[in-house]
Design a protein around this ligand. Structure first.
Ligand SMILES: [Ca+2]
Ligand SMILES: [Ca+2]
Ligand SMILES: [Ca+2]
Length: 302
């Protein structure tokens, strides 16, 4: 951070009392800014990351999904060479493992705050029946739960994202918050999802926020956000429901996933800069992330 103050007269005249005070205030401001920057950069670390670039699901705790280079509709990953491909088969019995080919991250280190970021895309084969949940964050208390559903039943032009949170068994917020346009939940477009959770300490000072493609679509502040002792995991994705009567799907409904990362107030992960609370958090070492090489380049010679 570099502050420039242009006051040429200061160079030639002794400082007045007020100027002296201003100068010291400036020093204090610089000091505070530096301290704030250092605090935000050291407060959180990245405790989980996968872009599936080892070609397997080994970074996940559980997965029936497969790592692929190309999705069924021919689309490549968000970045790098690989992506995770999940499918729910709505033609099988409810208890057939083929009904739901999903994945899970069981837990991650955090005390009171975490930030989850991932990219997801609906393949062209996703149908427009009910029950198409994008993901679920469950609590080990059984009283807290959050889920998001991409409502493809509204039609391919809209597919709103439905967000629901339940704390201590009661609703914190339930709303269909995101409709239509280019920023729709789906289909066929890579979307970035970000979730920030801060536990309350007295049932009145918790925070939850959700962003889609960097636009905040859901926010609750100064609320009860968790049951004492509970944590907001596992993270299950997708979490689709085929067996509810009337919610049947056909055999192929793929969702693609890439670049899943979790930051938290734990000091155990990779160093990061920015804040979790406003979704600016990122790892300082971007070389750790794969970059999709440009295609279609031509070398022009004079
Ligand atoms: Ca990847
Ligand atoms: Ca389908
Ligand atoms: Ca609470």
């Amino acid at each position: 951070m570099k502050l420039t103050v242009s006051r040429p007269n200061d160079l030639y005249y002794p400082l007045t009392k007020i100027q002296y005070k201003e100068k010291n205030m400036l020093k204090l401001t610089v000091l505070l800014c530096t301290f704030t920057f250092m605090s935000s950069s050291q407060a959180a670390t990245r405790v989980f990351y996968t872009g599936f670039e080892n070609g397997t699901t080994s970074d996940l705790d559980y997965s029936k999904c497969t790592v692929v280079k190309t999705a069924p509709d021919g689309t490549g990953p968000k970045s790098g060479n690989y992506q995770l491909s999940c499918n729910w088969n709505g033609t099988t019995d409810w208890n057939d493992p083929q009904t739901l080919l999903d994945s899970q991250i069981n837990s991650w280190p955090y005390t009171n705050e975490f930030f989850l970021r991932f990219w997801s895309r609906a393949d062209a084969d996703v149908d427009s029946n009910d029950g198409s949940k994008l993901f679920r964050l469950s609590s080990n208390s059984d009283n807290d739960e959050m889920y998001a559903a991409c409502q493809y039943e509204y039609g391919p032009a809209s597919a709103p994202l439905f967000m629901a949170w339940y704390i201590d068994g009661g609703p914190l917020g339930q709303s269909s918050v995101y409709y239509g346009g280019e920023e729709r939940c789906g289909p066929n477009k890579w979307n970035k999802y970000e979730i920030y959770v801060k536990h309350d300490s007295d049932n009145t000072n918790g925070i939850v926020r959700v962003w889609v493609n960097s636009v905040m679509i859901f926010e609750r502040v100064n609320v009860n956000t968790n049951t004492p002792g509970a944590k907001w995991y596992p993270f299950t994705f997708p979490s689709n429901w085929s067996s509810n009567p009337g919610w049947e799907h056909d055999a192929n409904n793929h969702t693609l996933w890439d670049n899943i990362e979790i930051f938290s107030d734990s000091a155990s992960g990779t160093s990061a800069t920015g804040l979790m609370s406003d979704a600016t958090i990122s790892v300082s070492d971007r070389t750790a992330e794969p970059v999709t090489p440009p295609t279609g380049l031509r070398i022009l010679q004079n």
